[in-house]
Design a binder for this molecule. Structure first.
Ligand SMILES: [Fe+2]
Length: 451
């Protein structure tokens, strides 16, 4: 059983529907919609990292899970729909334009699903993507990435269409009353719900009444593409497994295609500051449990990196126990990455840990030899002990002296990621992909309209 962490669900009841919201540090929201009378439940937009948490909630409540739904093809995170549906033999649902392998039910606009006696109406709401659907049940709108809290979805990839988004948003506003509770599938400020009335009053995009102006504003300043988008689309459409390991050459290619923000470097501070992949995020191996949400905020699929690969393997085991998925170890670590042609940066401010080990080991051998000749022959043992330690380090790739040196005060740093990347400034609290945007905008949201 997975070790539970700070991803804690939030449950509330809207009329005759129980809603459980699972927040993810990447800004994603996953949901369970439950009919308390029958226990029949629908899962919506489940992030792959949250499959264990969602499954545990369903089991612990004694519910059944007949439906697993993706509101659209996600381009910013791996979907857990396939994995979750497999656990509960659920029917996977998405719009027919999604064309996802494993999806067997494609509702048309206006179709109704039933959770016991609770009807869940599906509306086609293209705009963010052509395959987008939203769910309406018991006075709540589960809007996916159509209407966000204080924002709207971006429309600049995957066949998105700003004009269609305008039509979809205004159609929902005309169909549903102001008191309708809005649950979007993304929020980058930690909010989970709003209402259509509140959005009508304060959402700057809804104050734009002219469709052409809306389209102009929405398409004028698109945010950067999500990291790993091509890989994510393949995963989410074809349902392939994320490999446990990738070759150094594959890692180099991923980084060249803009995936550096998905590299989670688990080396020590001093190693990282000596040499790093620009844009990568660093959390030392021994801090992963305490900083699990920072690790979750690294866009998946994530590449785990250390010097040679062994610590990254340990990191994978540790993170998997915390429910994180979408993890691959970079084979042969940073050394292999460089051999495969990958570029690295250096802060130039630190003597590398490897050089520190060489200097200290050499100094201790000289000291032991000198004291052995000048004071007492027993000091020769010091030189022998250091030599033996270096042999063990070389054979096992575990260096106690290096680990001890890494804890020295001069080797302590606070960097969480490489400083030259904008992702570094917000890696602790927000997805790396949002770093280049205003703080309230993430990978699925549009930039705010001009004032
Ligand atoms: Fe999206």
């Amino acid at each position: 059983m997975s070790q539970r962490t700070s991803v804690s669900p939030d449950m509330e009841t809207i009329k005759n529907l129980q809603v459980v919201t699972f927040p993810h540090p990447q800004g994603c929201r996953s949901f369970l919609l439950n009919d308390p009378l029958t226990g029949q439940t629908l899962a919506l937009d489940v992030h792959l990292d949250l499959v264990d948490s969602v499954a545990e909630e369903v089991r612990s409540q004694g519910w059944s899970l007949p439906y697993v739904v993706d509101s659209h093809t996600h381009a910013d995170h791996p979907s857990g729909a396939g994995a979750l549906a497999k656990l509960f033999s659920s029917t996977r649902i998405a719009h027919e334009k999604a064309n996802h392998i494993g999806v067997t039910r494609h509702p048309a606009d206006g179709d109704v699903l039933h959770l016991g006696d609770v009807p869940v109406t599906v509306y086609h709401s293209p705009g963010h993507t052509p395959d987008h659907i939203v769910l309406v049940a018991s006075g709540a709108l589960f809007g996916g990435d159509t209407l966000l809290i204080g924002g709207v979805a971006r429309t600049d990839f995957l066949g998105g269409d700003a004009g269609q988004l305008f039509d979809s948003v205004h159609r929902l506003l005309s169909l549903l009353p102001d008191e309708t509770v809005l649950y979007p599938s993304h929020d980058y400020k930690g909010q989970t719900k709003s209402s259509l009335g509140a959005e009508r009053k304060s959402n700057p995009w809804l104050s734009i009444e002219d469709r052409a102006e809306f389209v102009r504003s929405l398409t004028a300043n698109p945010p950067p593409r999500p990291a790993n988008m091509d890989d994510l689309l393949r995963l989410n459409r074809e349902g392939v497994d994320i490999p446990r390991a990738v070759t150094a050459a594959e890692a180099v290619e991923r980084v060249r295609q803009g995936g550096a923000t998905s590299v989670l470097d688990v080396r020590t501070d001093v190693e990282f500051q000596s040499e790093y992949i620009d844009g990568s995020v660093q959390i030392p191996l021994d801090q992963l449990v305490a900083r699990a949400d920072e690790a979750r905020a690294v866009p998946a699929p994530r590449l785990l990196l250390c010097r040679s690969g062994s610590r990254a393997e340990m990191a994978l085991e540790s993170l998997a126990k915390m429910g994180l998925a979408g993890l691959s170890v970079v084979g042969d670590g940073l050394e292999g990455y460089k051999r495969a042609g990958g570029e690295t940066e250096s802060s130039g401010e630190h003597v590398s840990l490897e050089r520190q080990v060489r200097i200290l080991a050499g100094a201790l051998v000289v000291l032991g030899t000198g004291l052995g000749y000048g004071v007492h022959p027993a000091f020769f043992a010091l030189a022998g002990f250091i030599g033996l330690g270096q042999i063990v380090a070389g054979v096992t790739d575990w260096c106690g002296m290096g680990l001890a040196l890494a804890r020295m005060p001069w080797n302590q740093g606070s960097a969480a990621s490489s400083g030259s990347s904008p992702a570094g400034t917000c890696a602790a609290n927000a997805p790396a992909a949002c770093a280049a945007n205003p703080p309230d905008v993430g990978t699925c949201a549009a930039q705010p309209p001009p004032a």
